[in-house]
Ligand binder design. Structure first.
Ligand code: SF4
Length: 475
């Protein structure tokens, strides 16, 4: 093999756990992880396909780490056998940068979820709920200049940032920031963004400035909805559109062409998979979402039990396609007593359990993600024992489906609509069960992020790739 390179499927991440720095290699194909000490990381950080083992030893020495050549050779061989180091690839493998939007798509109007403005609760939940935060190269350079003291990143970029994947930052990709006890390294102790404090809103990366907005081009307009992944999203929905809240659409963006090129706009595919062998056209799916009972303004889940309704809709979609929704179950509906529910719940419990065991190696006990995974397991156990979840949260659940429906996010390209609807139903029941477990524990909230259980469920499932459980449940 020629000079080794960290594989493009490998994500190297910096963590600080209880004051101890570590680097972990995540194999995104197998979900396996390998923890490196400072000497191992000095070798791997230099493995960009331009150095043989002797070159890696010299680079490590340059970085202040002495590694004997024989030991380095064994180390490289072990990582190669594990599939983490690979033969250097051609530079041409760099991903193409998406072209600027043009033609009719550029003139599509941008439309925000009505009656919603976001008020941040200042608890930094969104800065502590995800595996990392991505920065473009320019954003990373700006962050290091604004807050050079953070992990000494001003002097050493590699101490606070690693390439999103592999050993090099490819075109269209960026850097992953280090996580300190589960929080973005730039989150200050008072839970304010240190970059915003130092440089105003423009100091933050674009993803943080836009969060939690989602952008979907449905072929007619660009819908801007909100991902219900942060407690302040649900809290904002409960208080109604506040004058001091932030709009979802960037200032001045009237048409798609007005959005910054780096804004990720999802294109709704021309066909949507409904179930086994059945499809629907994009226009029909859009019309169906807009005709759901919660799509109208001011809808309240008074007479409808939302997760039970999603479960019934899934069956209707499988049997009749995208017809008008029939009768939907009212409040007080029981948990489903069928194999699909048991199968989905078990698959999710398995995924959460494996992730919790894996993450315990790099996450401190008070890390929000670790806490959240533990409580999710308790809630899943409650559902498995058939214990009643907490009373329904009519306002929160109504907003949840309204936001997802407007954003055409009730499904995605990875799963058929029927399965996606059951998944969303399970998440809502899980949120109720989590609320019941918290109430029954007799202790105060473990973290402010638990104030809105469905938001925590959403952040953990999507943010940590746990939503892949759906594929396991359907196979
Ligand atoms: S950059 Fe600021 S807003 Fe973004 S995750 Fe880090 S602390 Fe939070």
């Amino acid at each position: 093999m020629g000079p080794p390179e960290l594989g493009a499927h490998v994500a190297a991440r910096h963590y600080v756990r209880d004051g101890r720095r570590l680097v972990v290699l995540h194999d995104t194909r197998s979900e396996g992880i390998v923890e490196l000490d400072a000497r191992g990381w000095a070798l791997v950080a230099a493995a960009d396909g331009t150095r043989d083992v002797a070159g890696l030893v010299r680079a490590a020495e340059h970085a202040g780490q002495r590694v004997p050549a024989a030991e380095a050779g064994r180390f490289v061989a072990a990582l190669t056998a594990a599939g983490l180091l690979v033969a250097a690839s051609e530079p041409a493998r760099a991903a193409a940068v998406a072209p600027a939007v043009s033609g009719a798509a550029a003139d599509r109007p941008v439309e925000a979820l009505p009656d919603f403005r976001l008020v941040c609760d200042g608890q930094g939940s969104c800065c502590r709920s995800y595996p990392t935060t991505l920065f473009s190269p320019v954003e990373a350079a700006r962050a290091r200049a604004l807050a050079p003291e953070v992990l000494d990143g001003g002097a050493d970029a590699a101490a606070v940032f690693t390439p999103e994947r592999g050993a090099r930052v490819l075109a269209g990709h960026g850097y992953a920031v280090a996580m300190v006890d589960g929080a973005c390294a730039y989150l200050a102790p008072d839970r304010r963004c240190g970059l915003e404090v130092a440089g105003g809103p423009a100091g933050k990366p674009l993803g943080c400035r836009l969060f939690p907005a989602s952008f979907v081009d449905d072929g007619v307009r660009v819908r801007v909805s909100v991902a219900p992944e942060c407690a302040c999203v649900l809290a904002s929905a409960r208080r109604g559109p506040a004058a001091d809240g932030m709009g979802l659409v960037p200032a001045g963006a009237r048409l798609r062409r007005d959005l910054e090129a780096a804004v990720a706009v999802t294109e709704l595919p021309a066909t949507v998979v409904l179930g086994a062998g059945t499809h629907a056209a994009r226009d029909d799916f859009r019309a169906w979402c807009d005709a759901l009972p919660w799509a109208g303004p001011g809808w309240r889940a008074v007479d409808v039990d939302v997760p039970a309704a999603l479960w019934v809709l899934a069956r209707q979609v499988e049997t009749h396609g995208l017809g008008p929704p029939g009768a939907l179950p009212g409040g007080g509906a029981a948990l489903p007593d069928d194999a699909s529910f048991a199968q989905l719940r078990a698959a999710l419990a398995d995924a959460v359990g494996r992730r919790q065991a894996r993450d315990a190696r790099m996450r401190a006990a008070h890390d929000l993600v670790r806490l959240g995974l533990g409580w999710l397991l308790r809630a899943l156990g409650r559902l498995g024992r058939g214990l009643e979840p907490a009373p329904r949260d009519a306002v929160g659940e109504a907003f949840y489906v309204r936001a997802l429906g407007f954003g055409l996010a009730l499904t995605d390209e990875h799963v058929p609509l029927a399965l996606a609807l059951r998944d969303r139903a399970l998440r809502l029941w899980l949120a109720r069960a989590l609320a019941a477990e918290l109430a029954g524990s007799g202790v105060a909230l473990p973290d402010p992020a638990f104030a809105e259980p469905i938001a925590l469920v959403e952040a953990l499932l999507r943010g940590h790739g746990l939503d892949a459980y759906r594929a396991a449940a359907s196979s």
